[in-house]
Design a protein around this ligand. Structure first.
Ligand code: GLY
Length: 366
């Protein structure tokens, strides 16, 4: 029997919305989708997701009296670009989307980020719904309102804050994901626990690799989304506490940039989490046994926790440190990292010297 989906509110005044999570979340959310879209919805997806899941979405929306008008982009990160944005805006115009309409992003993080950014600029802003189909997008990129495309100079360098009007994370769509994709998405779940919820980490740790089973994944997603929703509600524009959500990410972005696409974001985040805890322990900020527990749990789920385990190598410590020095979150010449005083107790450390970081990475690579 299917459990009732969880409904997690993101409380942002006039921009508040619900995240509906679980097996069958799409069916539960149909009345809300109908209210937002009316009898017709333009659905933006890619050809991979269209092949796998567009029939399911079409049937579900049809049962609620919503006809869909699909816009199908090619798959891949290349779509998160000015040319991908232009093509999408043209398609929305061609489909006759008007100012009062609500469009639907149906796919992973690329489709969600691109559609969200297009929705924020099309006719100076229209509403959009996120129906994420990957674990990474269900747990992280569909919630929070950051939208972006990449530029030649780097990832997510042109973007906006534009909150969705509804997020529907139906775990049935995860059934077609490769296990590597599931594991990679899971890194963002465990990240939430490591930042601010030691009890949640204990639950995940007790489940070990079983956390990815269909019986357990929906409640893990809901816990992580609940955590993120609270952080976003407190600091929507990342003036302070929201930066904690970058735990593991400054390391991860450096490895991803050096690997030139040869590594999954979530795998790099997993290694980044292990390294952030190692560095914290080495600096005497975090108990060593906490760093050991983090590494042991990530490894139990099958995620990389050592540089040698990460695809896309070999890596060079000086080049990685240089990448981290240029991270867009830094200010005033030194490196800002999210570190931890223990499991569930992350904090912002704004003044790390690049040379010390290079030495640390050298040791990690050796
Ligand atoms: N869209 C992802 C975020 O706002 O964090």
């Amino acid at each position: 029997m299917t459990d009732q989906p969880d409904i997690v509110p993101v409380t942002l005044g006039a921009r508040s919305y619900d995240v509906v999570i679980g097996e069958g979340a799409l069916d539960s959310a149909l009345p809300a989708i109908r209210e937002l879209c009316g009898a017709r919805a333009v659905v933006i997806t890619d050809s991979t997701i269209a092949g796998l899941h567009l029939d399911t979405l079409t049937l579900a929306l049809d049962s609620a009296g919503i006809a869909i008008d699909p816009v199908i982009a090619p798959p891949g990160e290349d779509q998160k670009s000015f040319s991908g944005l232009e093509a999408l805006v043209d398609a929305l115009t061609h489909a006759g989307v008007e100012r009062g309409d609500t469009i639907i992003a149906f796919g992973g993080g690329v489709i969600g980020d691109l559609t969200g950014f297009a929705a924020s600029v099309y006719m100076r802003g229209i509403r959009f719904i996120q129906i994420p189909t990957t674990l990474l997008s269900q747990v992280d990129s569909s919630v929070g309102g950051k939208t972006a495309i990449n530029t030649k100079a780097g990832k997510n360098l042109a973007g906006s804050f534009h909150q969705p009007s509804l997020v529907v994370a139906d775990t049935r769509f995860l059934a077609t994901l490769a296990v590597g994709e599931l594991r990679a998405g899971y890194a963002e779940i465990v990240k939430a626990a490591l930042i601010g919820d030691a009890v949640m980490f204990g639950r995940l740790e007790a489940l070990g690799a079983r956390v990815l089973d269909p019986d357990h994944i929906a409640s893990a997603i809901a816990d992580a989304v609940r955590f993120k929703a609270a952080v976003v509600a407190e600091d929507e524009r990342e003036a302070g506490r929201r930066a904690l959500l970058n735990l593991g990410h400054t390391f991860a972005h450096a490895f991803e940039a050096e690997a030139c696409g040869g590594v999954r974001h979530g795998e790099a985040v997993a290694l980044g989490l292990a390294l952030a805890f190692d560095w914290s322990a080495q600096e005497g900020r975090c108990p060593g046994p906490d760093a050991d527990r983090v590494r042991a749990h990530l490894a139990a789920v099958g995620l990389p926790t050592r540089v040698r385990d990460l695809a896309g190598g070999p890596y060079d410590a000086a080049l990685l440190a240089e990448r981290m020095r240029h991270d867009k979150k830094n200010a005033g010449g030194s490196i800002t990292l999210i570190l931890a005083k223990g499991i569930g107790n992350a904090y912002i450390e704004p003044s790390i010297e690049a040379s010390r970081l290079a030495d640390f990475l050298e040791d990690q690579i050796a």
